[in-house]
Design a protein around this ligand. Sequence first.
Ligand code: ADP
Length: 415
Amino acid sequence: MKILNFGSCNIDFVYSVEQIVVPGETITTKGMEVFPGGKGLNQSIAIARAGASVYHAGCIGQDGVWLGELLAENGVDISYLKKLDAKNGHAVIQVSETGENSIFLYPGSNRMLTVEFIKEVLLSFSKGDILVLQNEVNLVDEMIRLAYEKGMQILLNPAPFTQELKRIDFNMISYLVLNEVEAKCFTGTEDAEESIAYLLEHYPDMRVILTLGKKGCIYADREQVMSYPAFCVDAVDTTAAGDTFTGYFIAMLAQGKSVREAIGLATAASALAVSKMGAATSIPTKSEVEKAMFDLKPYEVEKKSREAQISEKIDRYLSIHLQDANMDGLAEALGYTKVYAGELVKKVTNESFSALLQKKRCACAAGLLCETDLSVTDIINRVGYENESFFRKVFKEMYGENPLQYRKKRGAGRK
Ligand code: ADP
């Protein structure tokens, strides 16, 4: 299984300024540095540092030869990197004393891909190989279509998000890796769970990874939804966090790791990347990641509080709708699809919806048996059971005795 990354290589000119220049103003900068950049380049370096073989395809300009050399030094195969008689894509970045930045981008060589070149590169790849794409080059839609026709697996990192991406049929995408900003642009909601539900509802065969910065990430496919906390580090520069994550994730899958293992290593690699200054230079090697894995501790607090909130909502719904509770109603109350709401119930309560409902109904019945002298039939109606013998059976399984024995022992039912 080969990995082909068809993406951007950028030159980042970073200028230190007192304040970001405003219209009509001329300022003198305090310093200037040049860095390699581009999501394509970062992700290829991440894949290579994660120990997988990767081909980087794309176009560089006359001034971008050093970017190709950098890729090659990192073990990336650059046989499909084409040098054009043009200017390389570059970014002009102002960074103010207060840490604000302002960026403009000249796409140059990065947006000079042609259908002929793409077809020529794809000739060397076949069914089952992986195509990694971001959205900093032109003809992304064409690449997806051509690679899909060949039976390649496609990982798309829709960054930066542009409206043209909406024209792509995402049913052709195997893995979508996106951050919160991109998810909001795509799905129209800021809520992570809602975004996932939207994506899976529309593209059920896609595997989605939504990265949430220091809140970790959520992985979802048609069968499961899993969230992973990030590792707790002192973040100094979050540039290329997502690129490190994406590169490591796909490299690990290509090396036969499970999704869970791949996400674990990708999370550790990106935690190390954010604890160092720089983009490409901050991407760790696999041995650095494996060594650090033992010492890294996950952020648990935020994850727990999110789950606690969902658990509270489920509890509230069941209390209000004890008699007529059903999955459709719960899904509506939570604001998710029925399938996703069912997954959430299992995840936060460790039980199925129906087991949870029986528990709640029996607990309420037990309370009524002790605190009131309502007949068992009335109690059954109040808590929502239609079938008396079913209630008795469930109650006995849960409390070890039948409802009347339960009432008698606790001396209840009397005013
Ligand atoms: P992007 O760089 O594309 O905006 P994110 O900010 O979501 O992507 O980060 C990608 C991954 O990097 C996260 O899922 C997380 O594992 C890791 N990460 C990002 N920020 C931090 C942080 N402050 N501390 C630890 N890990 C982080």
